[in-house]
Ligand binder design. Sequence first.
Ligand SMILES: Cc1cc2nc3c(=O)[nH]c(=O)nc-3n(C[C@H](O)[C@H](O)[C@H](O)COP(=O)(O)O)c2cc1C
Length: 418
Amino acid sequence: MPASNSVLAEPLTLPCGVTVKNRFFKAPMHEALGTPELGPSQDIVDLYGRWADGGAGILVTGNVAVDSRHLGEPGNIVVEDESHLDMLRRWAQAGTAHGTQLWMQINHPGRQSPRSVNRHPVAPSEIPSAGDYGQFFAPPRELSREEIGDIVRRFVTTARIAKKAGFTGVEIHAAHGYLISQFLSPVDNHRTDEYGGSLQGRMRFLVEVYQGMRETLGPDFPIAVKLNSSDGEPGGMTQEESLLIAARLCELGVDVLEVSGGTYRKPVFEEADSGVEDHRRGVYFADYARRLKELVSMPVALTGGFRSASEMEEAVTEGLTDLVGIGRPLALMPDLPQRILDGAGRRRIDLPRVSTRVKALDERLGSVLVIGWYEMQMHRLAQGRYASAHGNGLAALAFTLRRHGPGALMPRRVGRRG
Ligand SMILES: Cc1cc2nc3c(=O)[nH]c(=O)nc-3n(C[C@H](O)[C@H](O)[C@H](O)COP(=O)(O)O)c2cc1C
């Protein structure tokens, strides 16, 4: 298909009135490129310059934390005051080149804040993370209502500073088992005050964060929300509940709903990366997206599993999604959108299998290895290099140890110490 005819080249006007130049939506991927002072590094500026040159309409940043005491992962960037404003401005300038939208994803990890960076995490209720991965995290303390109010204000402050620095939008991270997702989940939220109980109660924290941001940022500034289609675990937020939340967010005027799924314990990409990616799995959460599009009028960005131009075009043409959310392929090929728009990038992108070639190590490290490998690719891109074609798990392991220390790999040892 000639480039100019691709449905992916069509602009999209959001409810706030901003027009996005095309349908490519770079999904948030934590870059681990924060400085020791928790600010943006020159590497992250360069990485986003490269992605902006790559042609996507919207670049969403990896999650940025609202509180330096509560990091989601080592290498996080924190925006809780204006101390990094100069570097934030440089980041925004690089990421908005060529009319690209650059949206900051804003997050509080709640109890999903690893022991290696936080010994005193907080959560809606004192419920520790379950399973093997639970050992990565210290048991959380229940938030008071005053503390919840403080976190709402922190989300708003981070968003205000993002806008001041030149970011053209924000995304609230309400997925993947982080704090907002913990509030939404009936297994994680046992509160008996107005922030728990019914779905309306569990949704209150998210709604307050959104409304606070909208009031401060104004009616014409894009605000997106990333939401799980379901938590995918027994007793967690169901698909029905997620659809009801989406309908409420649409009523409130959210500009884009990014659809995802999974938690830290069972990440969205784990299944696919336990071996060579399963081609038959296709686009993730497609059934949910179908139901969602019947229910809401706001633009949707479906993220996960898009590996070829034809899949992307089909999803937009069929009305499954308005924007095509792409994560890992853009860490491998930062100019994939431009290649597709030029008619040159129609080959399927197969993600390499990330493996140490030692089965026991692969099994023990699981997604830590995959995340480390993709972080490594983003670092290579930041330095003007190409991503690696081989999923060398040992190289990813060495990289993770060098960057984050052994705490990132050894939940059991850290657990016994803690
Ligand atoms: C290294 C890495 C870091 C990620 N960090 C984030 C993040 O900070 N926030 C978020 O919402 N999703 C994050 N994700 C999930 C992606 O946004 C996306 O949902 C997932 O990779 C599936 O999309 P894909 O199949 O196109 O890669 C991350 C994924 C990877 C691989």
